[in-house]
Design a protein around this ligand. Structure first.
Ligand SMILES: NC(=O)C1=CN([C@@H]2O[C@H](COP(=O)(O)OP(=O)(O)OC[C@H]3O[C@@H](n4cnc5c(N)ncnc54)[C@H](OP(=O)(O)O)[C@@H]3O)[C@@H](O)[C@H]2O)[C@@H](O)CC1
Ligand SMILES: [K+]
Length: 494
C-alpha cells in the first residue's frame, strides 16, 4: 500500500524526528537522495549544466545541498535565487564551496528584487534555456496559494527551455494537501519526494505536474501515524481483497448480484453492466428491467426477471441506475432493499438523498465529475479542480461511500477514514459505457461480500488495469474493457 500524509501530519512527524537527530541531518538525507535521482535522470553528471531554482525555504536548501553534490561530481551548477536575502545560508555556502555559482539577480546579494528583476533576467534566461537539468526548489510543503509573479515567470522560462525538470518534494505551484493547481506550476519529469508521499502527488490535476515520483526514505515512517490521509492500493493489496471460491461454494454462496439498469432507449447500459458483473466474482447475475432480451441474447447465463426488483428473487447486492432514464420507481424500490446498493448514472439523479441517508445497509455511489457536480450544485470544473473536497462533501451529504471517477479515482468510506486513490486507469477509459462496466464489476464484488470501500476500490483498480490491457495504446470499446477484466484479475493474483 502506498500512503500519503497531509502537510500538518508531516510537520508534526518531522519535529519529532528532528528532535532525535543532529541538526540538518534530515536535509542531508533529502539532498543525498535528490542528487542521486538527478544523476540518474541526466546520466552523465560531469560537464552537465544544472540550474537550481531556489526559494527562501528549506525546499531551496535541499536544492542547494543537492546542487553542491552534483558540482563536486563535475557538473556546472548555477543557482537562481528568488529571495537572495533570505536564502538557506548553509546550502548556499555548500554550493559555492563546491564550485557552484549564483546567476542573475542573486549575484547581487543586496537586491530585494526577485529573480525576474530586469538586471539579471538575461543571465537567468540564458542559463535556464541552456540547461541540461533544472532543479525546482522554489517551494515545497511550505507553499501557500498560487505562485508569486517572480516564481511564475520562472515557470514560463522552464517550460520554454524544454530541459528535463526534477521537482524537489513537490512541483512548485501545486497544493500539497489537495492536488489543486492555482495558476502557474512547474511541470516536472520527476518529483523526488521525502519521507512520505503528499496527497497532491497522487491526485489530479497536481499528479500530472509531478511526472514520475521517486520516494526518498528519510526515516519519517517510524514517527508517522498509522492512518494516512490517502492510500493507493497496489497489486498485493487488491489480491488480498479478491474473492476466491472454496470447494464448497455454490453460486448462491458466492453471492448473487442484481442489476436494475437499462431502458428501452438505453438497452446497452444493461448489457455492459451485466458484462462487468459477470467478471466480478459473484456466483450469478440477476437482471431486472426492460432490456432482458438484449441481455440474454448476449449473456445467456443471466437470470432475467421482468417482475421488478422486489419480486426478482434474492440478491446479496444491487446495482441500480445505468441507462435507467427516468425510472425513479425502480431506484426507490432498490433503495428499499436491505442489502448493499450501488447507485450509478441516472440512478444518482433519481435517488432521494434522505432515503439514501436513512438506509442501514451500505450504499456505494459512483459518480463521474459531471454527476458529482450536479449532486453538489456546482460546476463540473469545480469538482475536477478539487476532487478530494468533492468526494468528502458527497460522502458527508449522503452518508454513503462515494467513488468519484476520473483520471484518478477517489473512494471514501461512509464512515470517513483514509481516501483511497486509484491511478491504474488510462485516458482511453473515457469511453461510452465504461462506467456501466465498472458499476457491474463493483456490484459483483459487493455481492461476494466485500465492503463498499473495498468493492469500490478493488473494482476501480481492476477496471483501470483492464482498460490498459484492452487499449494497449489504441482506442477500445467498453465491451473490450469488460473482456479484459479476467486478464487484469489474473495479473493481480499472480
Ligand atoms: N518534512 C521534512 O521532514 C523535511 C523537509 N524538507 C524540505 O523542506 C521543505 C519545506 O520547507 P519550508 O517549511 O521551509 O517551506 P518551503 O516549502 O521551502 O516554502 C517556504 C518558502 O516558500 C515561500 N512561499 C510560500 N508560498 C509561496 C508562493 N505561493 N510562491 C512563492 N513562494 C512562496 C515562503 O516565502 P514567505 O512566505 O516566507 O515570504 C517561504 O520562503 C519540504 O518541502 C522539503 O523540501 C527536507 O529538507 C527534509 C526534511
Ligand atoms: K519544489
Amino acid at each position: 500500500m502506498r500512503t500519503a500524509y497531509s502537510v500538518e501530519t508531516v510537520r508534526a512527524a518531522e519535529r519529532e524526528l528532528m528532535a532525535r537527530l543532529p541538526d540538518g541531518a534530515l536535509m542531508q538525507r533529502a539532498a543525498a537522495g535528490l542528487a542521486a535521482a538527478c544523476a540518474d535522470l541526466i546520466g552523465r553528471v560531469y560537464g552537465s549544466r544544472v540550474v537550481l531554482l531556489v526559494g527562501s525555504g528549506d525546499n531551496g536548501g535541499d536544492a542547494l545541498y543537492a546542487g553542491a553534490r552534483l558540482a563536486r561530481r563535475g557538473a556546472a551548477v548555477a543557482a537562481v535565487l528568488l529571495a537572495p536575502e533570505r536564502v538557506h545560508a548553509g546550502g548556499l555556502a555548500a554550493l559555492l564551496r563546491a564550485g557552484g555559482r549564483v546567476v542573475g539577480t542573486g549575484a547581487d546579494a543586496g537586491s530585494t528584487a526577485g529573480a525576474a528583476a530586469a538586471a539579471g533576467v538575461g543571465a537567468v534566461e540564458e542559463a535556464i534555456l541552456r540547461a541540461d537539468l533544472v532543479v525546482d526548489g522554489i517551494v515545497g510543503i511550505g507553499g501557500k496559494g498560487g505562485l508569486r509573479p517572480d516564481a511564475a515567470q520562472l515557470v514560463v522560462l522552464v517550460a520554454e527551455s524544454g530541459a528535463p525538470v526534477v521537482a524537489v518534494d513537490l512541483p512548485s505551484g501545486v497544493d500539497a494537501d489537495t492536488g489543486e493547481v492555482r495558476g502557474a506550476a512547474i511541470r516536472a519529469d520527476l518529483t523526488v519526494t521525502f519521507g512520505t508521499h503528499k496527497p497532491g502527488l497522487l491526485i489530479d490535476p497536481a499528479r500530472e505536474y509531478a511526472g514520475s515520483v521517486r520516494f526518498v526514505d528519510i526515516g519519517l515512517g517510524e514517527v508517522l501515524p498509522a492512518e494516512a490521509e490517502l492510500e493507493a492500493l497496489q497489486h498485493v493489496d487488491v489480491a488480498r481483497l479478491l474473492p476466491v471460491p472454496g470447494a464448497e461454494s455454490d453460486k448462491y454462496r458466492r453471492g448473487v448480484v442484481g442489476i436494475a439498469a437499462g431502458s428501452a432507449r438505453y438497452p446497452g447500459a444493461a448489457v455492459l453492466a451485466v458484462s462487468g458483473a459477470l467478471r466480478g466474482g459473484a456466483g450469478a447475475v440477476r437482471y431486472v428491467g426492460p432490456a432482458g432480451g438484449a441481455v440474454v441474447s448476449r449473456f445467456p447465463e443471466t437470470l432475467v426477471s421482468d417482475q421488478g426488483p422486489a419480486k426478482a428473487g434474492r440478491v446479496q447486492a444491487w446495482v441500480v441506475g445505468p441507462g435507467a432514464g427516468d425510472d425513479a420507481a425502480t431506484v426507490a424500490e432498490v433503495l428499499d432493499a436491505d442489502v448493499p446498493v450501488l447507485i450509478d448514472a441516472d440512478g444518482l439523479r433519481l435517488a432521494e438523498r434522505d432515503v439514501v441517508r436513512a438506509r442501514s445497509a451500505p450504499t456505494l455511489m459512483t459518480p463521474h465529475a459531471g454527476e458529482a457536480a450536479a449532486l453538489l450544485g456546482v460546476a463540473r470544473e469545480e469538482v475536477e479542480r478539487a476532487r478530494l473536497a468533492s468526494v468528502r462533501e458527497l460522502a458527508s451529504r449522503y452518508g454513503a461511500t462515494v467513488l468519484l471517477k476520473g483520471s484518478t479515482t477517489l473512494v471514501l468510506d461512509s464512515a470517513g477514514g483514509a481516501v483511497r486513490v486509484n491511478a491504474t486507469g488510462t485516458p482511453w477509459l473515457a469511453t461510452a459505457g465504461s462506467g456501466d462496466v465498472l458499476s457491474g464489476l463493483a456490484g459483483s464484488l459487493l455481492a461476494s461480500g466485500l465492503s463498499a470501500l473495498d468493492a469500490g476500490s478493488a473494482a476501480a483498480y481492476l477496471h483501470g488495469l483492464a482498460g490498459r490491457f484492452a487499449a494497449d495504446g489504441a482506442p477500445a470499446g467498453a465491451h473490450d474493457v469488460a473482456e479484459a477484466i479476467p486478464g487484469a484479475w489474473r495479473d493481480v493474483r499472480d
